[in-house]
Write a new protein. Structure first.
Length: 74
């Protein structure tokens, strides 16, 4: 068997995915379906793409300022 060489495009995509999962990426968008100028359906979408470890770290980081603000108000 011959070793498989990795294509540069595949390596770049792998690196991009690794960085996105380590840092986290938020995608958002809006779509509106309308007929004759009347909005019928509005769809708002927010997606967080991250690894489980990154999502947990982001959740804990979000709690710390809220906890500090609550303690300061007391």
């Amino acid at each position: 068997m011959h070793p498989q060489l990795v294509n540069r495009d595949q390596l770049a995509l792998t690196e991009l995915l690794d960085r996105a999962l380590n840092k986290g990426v938020v995608l958002w968008g809006d779509a509106t379906i309308s007929v004759a100028g009347v909005d019928l359906v509005y769809l708002g979408l927010k997606v967080l793409l991250a690894s489980v470890d990154t999502a947990e770290r982001l959740r804990q980081d979000a709690r710390i300022p809220a906890r500090a603000a609550a303690e300061a108000a007391e």
